[in-house]
Structure formats: C-alpha cells, structure tokens
Write a protein of this length. Sequence first.
Length: 295
Amino acid sequence: MKAQGFDFCGISPARFLEEDAPKLEEWLQNQHHGSMSYMENHFDKRLDPRKLFDGCQSVVVVMQNYFPEKVQEEGLPKISKYAYGKDYHKVIKRKMQKVIDDMVAIKPDLRARCFVDSAPILERSWAVLSGLGWIGKNGMLINKKSGSFYFIGVLLLDIDLQYDSAFKTDHCGTCTACLDACPTDAILPNKVIDGSRCISHHTIELKDANIDSSIRWDDWIFGCDICQDVCPWNRFSIAHQEESFTPKTFLNYSLEDWKGIQEESFDKIFEASPIRRAKFEGIKRNLRFVYGGNE
C-alpha cells in the first residue's frame, strides 16, 4: 500500500453493519440527505458489502492525505481543499487497481473490486472497524495521528486476511468546535449531519436553479472545509506529497476571474477536476448566491 502512496490501511471482515442500520434509516426518514435521492437506493447493500460483491470476505480500507501545503488567499471565492488538484476518484481508484493487480500476480484466482465514492458503501464506518480512526461530531473520519483531510478508498476481496481491531475510543470529548463554527447549523447532536443544510450539498449536489435564501454563508462556491478547519485534531495535518493533488491555476482566481469564465471554456479549465461535478450552471448559481449580480 505504501508503494502506491497510501498513508494508512486497515482490514476488517465483511459483515452486516447492524449498528449502522437504524442510524441510516432514521437519517433518511428525516430527509437529512437533502436532494441526494440516490442515498435512498440500495439500503441493504450499504449495510452489507457481501450483497454488493458476491463472495466478499474482507474489507480493506485505504486512506491518502490531501492536506495542501498552501491554501487559498483570503478574500477569494473559496473551494474545498479536496478539489485543489485532480479528481481524487480517478487518482485513488487507479492506485487501488494497481494494488489489486499486484495481489492477483501472487494469487491469480483472487476476485476483488475497488471503490472510491462510487458504490453504496459506508466508507467511514469501515474505516473505524479497520482501526483507522473514529467518526467525529462533524461526520468526518478522524485519525488520531494526522486529522481528517483524507480520501478513503475501499477494496472488497473474496479471501480471508489478518484483521485489524476496530477503533474503540471517541476522542472528540466535550469539544463542540465544529458545531459552533458551522454557519448553517448542519451539524446536529449525536454525529448527525443534516445534508439539506450543508454548504457542500448546496454548492455541489443541489441542482435547483436557486438556493434557499434562509441559509447563508460567506465565500464558499464549491464545497466547504469549515468543520475540518476548526477541528483541533487537524493541527496535526501535514502537507501531502501527491503530485496529482497539486493546486491548479484556478486556486487563486479572483471573483472577476470566476465571473469571467464562459461555458465553452469551463470544461477545459476544470478538466480532471472535481469542480466539474457542479457544472457550469452550478458554479454560476453559487456565485450569484454568494456575491449577487447576474453571474
């Protein structure tokens, strides 16, 4: 795993996530998934990888740091740190496929599948079960050694392996930094995230032409890092060494630069960038919401 640049790896036996079932059901019933209707699909598969991949016996979780050496200058339209470089889905999945290829070279009859936010899998729950950290009050997987700025990938294998012990301790304690800092009150008690109020949901997933005017925030036009930026555990974050996550030119675009982007140049500017998920119309809508005007 280290050869592919992964910082952490943990393994747990595939099973039904009994403790997650009532939490997921209540979250969906309360409409906390907002406009992400796809979260209602494949309920059983989300809770049991054996229903997603026939013969699955082991769940391998890998994590790679994406904390940048430099962040955006103050006063610029903000984008989440995970979108500074190339689309992590492709970068991480390519690395995991190389891991699988190496394993198949040793065990030709191995069957495996790998996913990066591309299947109904509760990645953070599996990371906890694999000993990599705990889920914080902001819903993020927090690693005690280096915080929460990590991409998570999951490999499902049809073989038994030596398993890690689940992470047992919640180190958030009485801290409420993330709850206090969230400008839209999207972080609820008991580690529940109301996606319908989350800035990331509104700036990326929401496809409506207009955003609820009762929800306000400053400067964010793609994603949000507020709850991670204020987390005390992220004082241990160190800069990544992954060339693919190197910030692109648009990192320091001014408001005028963003407003000047035309539809015909959007895909070229954001080629291989996660920002393409919001689409041209979404970014322009976000600019209008945050800064006003006709963009």
